[in-house]
Write a protein that binds this ligand. Structure first.
Ligand SMILES: CC(C)(COP(=O)(O)OP(=O)(O)OC[C@H]1O[C@@H](n2cnc3c(N)ncnc32)[C@H](O)[C@@H]1OP(=O)(O)O)[C@@H](O)C(=O)NCCC(=O)NCCS
Length: 190
């Protein structure tokens, strides 16, 4: 089971900004994503597969910008990226009201409410945008922290995909979660 982070510490001051291809702190953002992948064994692909360099990340930001309804948000603390969240609408013409969500928080900034704030901000933007109606995500079944975060944000568990992930000889179940964007948010905890 992944290590549990320590209990919540003081909530940092941070801002949430849109991550565009010309995001001024792209190397720092790339380093943040590297940190997230290096400190979590629950990701379905390796960092090297996903973002071999900052240019690959910039390429994804550019691709997202071309997709109606897509989001890439960056949480910044003291001007430095400390969390990210992406919402990528599906490409098929009849699935464009649905999207897949991914996110990560810097290892030093976890359990401070950054993930919760990013999720709430993203859902607000999606509701205002009126394009994406349904958000899906996959999370490993043993990732209790993430499942708790998503459930608190109104995501429901749809299915357990047995042996969905294989790392070497070990298999892990996956959980498919869904949130309808227009469903009112659960009462805010803070
Ligand atoms: C999972 C992750 C996104 C959570 O982000 P975070 O900013 O640390 O979460 P928050 O501080 O906003 O926590 C919100 C709620 O989520 C749950 N939660 C978050 N971290 C938790 C932990 N380590 N253990 C138990 N519950 C946790 C709690 O319910 C928490 O509310 P509470 O603090 O009032 O109890 C972050 O740990 C992370 O980036 N992990 C590595 C990458 C990853 O796993 N991404 C998701 C893949 S599906």
């Amino acid at each position: 089971m992944p290590a549990r982070d320590p209990p919540r510490s003081a909530t940092p001051r941070f801002a949430i900004v849109a991550g565009a291809p010309d995001y001024p702190r792209l190397p720092e953002l790339h380093a943040l994503v590297a940190d997230v992948y290096a400190t979590s064994d629950t990701m379905s692909e390796t960092f090297a597969e996903r973002y071999p360099d900052a240019a690959a990340l910039a390429g994804e930001l550019a691709a997202l910008r071309r997709l109606p309804g897509a989001l890439f948000l960056v949480a910044e603390a003291a001007g430095q990226p400390c969390g990210y969240l992406s919402v990528k609408p599906r490409k098929a013409s009849r699935l464009r009201h649905t999207a897949d969500l991914q996110m990560g928080i810097a290892s030093t900034q976890r359990r401070r409410g950054v993930g919760q704030r990013l999720l709430a901000d993203a859902l607000g933007r999606l509701a205002a945008g009126g394009i994406v109606e349904i958000v899906y995500l996959m999370v490993r079944a043993d990732h209790e922290a993430a499942i708790a975060l998503y459930a608190a944000a109104g995501f429901e568990r749809l299915a357990t995909l047995q042996r969905d992930t294989r790392i070497g000889e070990r298999y892990f179940d996956g959980v498919l979660m869904r949130r309808f964007v227009d469903v009112p948010a659960p009462s805010a905890g803070r």
